[in-house]
Design a binder for this molecule. Structure first.
Ligand code: NAP
Ligand code: MG
Length: 409
């Protein structure tokens, strides 16, 4: 066997829960360790470990990403009341993704993996649409209230020196509702910078849209922040040099254009738009098992993951000794993304080449050999030649990868 690829700096390896964790271990075992002398900073973010460490393990993992700049994360359980009982937890711990995102001040980019035999529901789409979702504020940090009867609702701003400014929201004559939302200048600007940089990095045009004709101050602020950063921080020149466009339009116009487009751009979305549109775009491209995700911080840290969760239902079947057919493609691509970025940052061309081979092996297994898991077999055209179990699919990818690594050795 050819010598293994060596690494210089570790990748932060964050293990998780349930079926995703089962796949995680098998992917490392069958697809990575035979070819790469893996150097990792390992953090077990499985729910049990988070509970044991009072969730300090998640904070340590985020610190490690800041230190090493590249991480890869397995899906983790965000506990609800049922999980607190199931795992006998001390507390209903926060979502690790939210903790890591807040510590890195990052933006999440979601991108579908396109395959020849999985047609998007929108027949015009030929290239991926990447969604960049702002992950702070708006309706996710709102204050809201029911109005029982006649009253005046006001916004009151109190300055440090005690001055008050009031704005009337509505003079209610009967029952109703109110909501207040906010955002931060710093967060909006780092979102804009991260989107411009990511579009340049991926060599795709950037679209941004809000409803600034209606929300002249709030959405207008986002529009102006993007424009100002584009013009004043050198992005305009870099976009021109790369032959790329920054395109601003209204959100409803953007949606209409997205559906008629052939894809191949980054769509920067405000928090709520990104929440809705990433599910819409993701599912229209095929399966959750084909959706990649990367968290990018303004300081140049990258955390890769599959967009799907721990696939709980499949895991319970697995525990019962039943066969499962869970798609590992997005997890394989998450590792490939992390290895490629590590190779680029550390100037190790063999590591970048290996990442490319790994992606190709997974692609070849599905597109050429027609071997795929049940989620894809349901929508594949032409039909699958084999509907693989979770393990069989990874083993098939391993066999293709072995061939391609041998051929180039
Ligand atoms: P999920 O794990 O994404 O799974 C939802 C359903 O989507 C599955 O039951 C399955 O459908 C299908 N699916 C998802 N990934 C698939 C794959 N790789 N291959 C085949 N089918 C796949 O979402 P969930 O069941 O709502 O959440 C389970 C747990 O994951 C929760 O505890 C949640 O907190 C956590 N979660 C974590 C993250 C993260 O860490 N990034 C993200 C989301 C959710 P069928 O059952 O129809 O086959
Ligand atoms: Mg959503």
């Amino acid at each position: 066997m050819a010598t293994k690829v060596r690494m210089k700096t570790p990748i932060v390896d964050m293990a998780g829960d349930e079926m995703a964790r089962v796949i995680w271990d098998r992917v490392k075992d069958k697809l990575l360790e035979p070819y790469v002398s893996l150097k990792t900073a390992y953090y077990d973010l499985g729910l049990k470990k988070r509970d044991e460490t009072d969730d300090q393990i998640t904070i340590q993992a985020a610190e490690a990403i800041k230190k090493y700049a590249v991480g890869v994360k397995c899906a983790t359980i965000t506990p609800n009341a049922a999980r607190v009982r199931e795992y006998n937890l001390k507390r209903q711990w926060k979502s690790p993704n939210a903790t890591i995102r807040a510590m890195l001040d990052g933006t999440v980019f979601r991108e579908p993996i396109l395959l020849k035999n999985v047609q998007p529901a929108v027949r015009f789409w030929k290239k991926p649409i990447i969604i960049g979702r702002h992950a702070y504020g708006d309706v996710y940090k709102n204050t809201e209230r029911c109005i029982e009867g006649p009253c005046k609702a006001e916004l009151v701003f109190t300055t440090k020196d005690g001055r008050e400014i009031r704005k009337t929201i509505q003079e209610f004559e009967g029952p109703g509702i109110v909501q207040a939302v906010h955002n931060l200048d710093g967060s909006i600007k780092s979102f804009a910078r991260t989107c411009f940089s990511y579009a340049l990095d991926r060599k795709v045009p950037l679209w941004f849209a809000t409803k600034d004709t209606i929300s002249k101050t709030y959405d207008g602020y986002f529009k102006e922040a993007f424009e100002k950063i584009f013009l004043e921080e050198g992005f305009k020149e870099q976009f021109e040099k790369a032959g790329l466009e920054y395109f601003y339009t209204l959100i409803d116009d953007a949606v209409a254009r997205v559906v008629r487009s052939e894809g191949g751009f980054l769509w920067a979305c405000k928090n709520y738009d990104g929440d809705v549109m990433s599910d819409f775009v993701g599912s229209a491209y095929g399966s959750l098992g084909l959706l990649k995700s990367v968290l990018v911080s303004p300081t140049g840290c990258f955390e890769y993951e599959a967009a799907h969760g721990t696939v709980q239902k499949h895991y319970y079947r697995h525990l019962n000794g039943e066969e499962t057919s869970t798609n590992s493609t997005a997890i394989i691509f998450a590792w490939a993304g992390a290895l490629r970025k590590r190779g680029e940052l550390d100037d190790i061309p063999e590591l970048v080449e290996f990442a490319v081979k790994l992606e190709k092996a997974a692609r070849h297994t599905i597109e050429v050999d027609g071997i795929m898991t049940g989620d894809l077999a349901r929508i594949s055209e032409p039909p699958a030649s084999k509907v693989a179990t979770t393990e069989e699919f990874i083993d098939s990818v391993a066999s293709r990868l072995n061939d391609s690594c041998k051929a180039s050795a």
